[in-house]
Design a binder for this molecule. Sequence first.
Ligand code: HGY
Ligand code: MN
Ligand code: MN
Length: 419
Amino acid sequence: MPQANKTEIIDYVKQNGNILDEYIEKLGAFGRVEGGGIIRPVYTPQWLAAREQLVEWMQEAGLSVRTDAVGNLWGKLEGSEPGKSYASGSHLDTVKEGGKYDGGLGILTAIVALRFLNELYGQPKFSLEAVALCEEEGSRFNKTFLGSRAITGTLPAEELDESADAEGISIRQAAETCGCDLSQLEAARRDDLVGFIELHIEQGRLLDDVKREVGIVQAITGTRHMGVTFEGQADHAGTTPMDLRKDALVAAAQAITKIQAIALEMGRPAVATVGQLSVVPGATNIVPALVNITVDIRHSDQAKKETLISRIETACREAAASQGVSVAIEQHQDRVPALMTPAMINLLQSTADELGILNMPMVSGAGHDSQVMVEQIPTGMIFVPSIAGRSHSRAEYTPLTEILPGVALLAQALYKLAY
Ligand code: HGY
Ligand code: MN
Ligand code: MN
């Protein structure tokens, strides 16, 4: 068995890694809108077309390709010893007007790493798989991690019918339009996966600030998503005295400023974000009757996350009471902080050191499929820098020169695991 020496992988990645530039540009074109952001929610035509393009690149890499019940796309480099696989990948969907690296880069680097290992060393002992996870962002349905939860057997079938998009289309209906056979949901569970590594952009500015080449993720923050509805009373804007109103929007506005103050007061890494707000009936001359907001609450310490949630819920109730309106709080999703697998952290850390790749331990403020995968599969994450920390924005950017060290680390780690 040829032994991968340190410079071989690095040199090969340097010589051949520019294929990633082409892949990133082409994948980013699926769903690109005026101005440069990408809209590629799961099970949309642009999502399906992007997946078709990945099929081509996986086949060019010498991988055998298949899709599972929820539309995850798998490219496999069959090992000489059947029965267990190591996988690498990330999510194919994007946020609204997102960048071209979030998720997509993890898929492309997995394909390229397997292609390079295949070209350098041929068949591995254990199978290696690149995976395009169908959905992570929750940008179409208010359910997230559909792909990784199907793989870990933590996506209950009823969820496929519980959640609908803005047009009232359920997850099941949308998936079936893309040819998914959801009767096989159980079979999407992968008990033969013995390791998962996700390469992802940092989406923060630490690596860029301190000029480290890669981050070795130790833990991923815990996240709570909730919907808060303030219900007041629609009234005439001209004839209803200020002291007799039940104005749902004033209540929401008070709650929003309190939410920000609470998270600021708790201090980093506490964060809380009101990302969506809708007003009904939503007319200039009508006192707002119904206001919906979404709140994204995160902390890497579970107890502090619970405190943050409880203080924010209290603030919403107090704001509602101050305006004489009612309030309803609905939990959309909750993930506890996830520690990456120590053996995977050690593998990535030691391999980065061996390859002379400047690295540092990091906690992720962003959620990732790895926090789901790690519940059942030894999992590790590699971060590459985000210039100026920009992400979930068309300004998202990472130059190829700052991606390639992560690719070399990924390839060498997978080599150690599977050859
Ligand atoms: O929201 C997140 O942290 C991830 O991008 N889904
Ligand atoms: Mn994202
Ligand atoms: Mn992501």
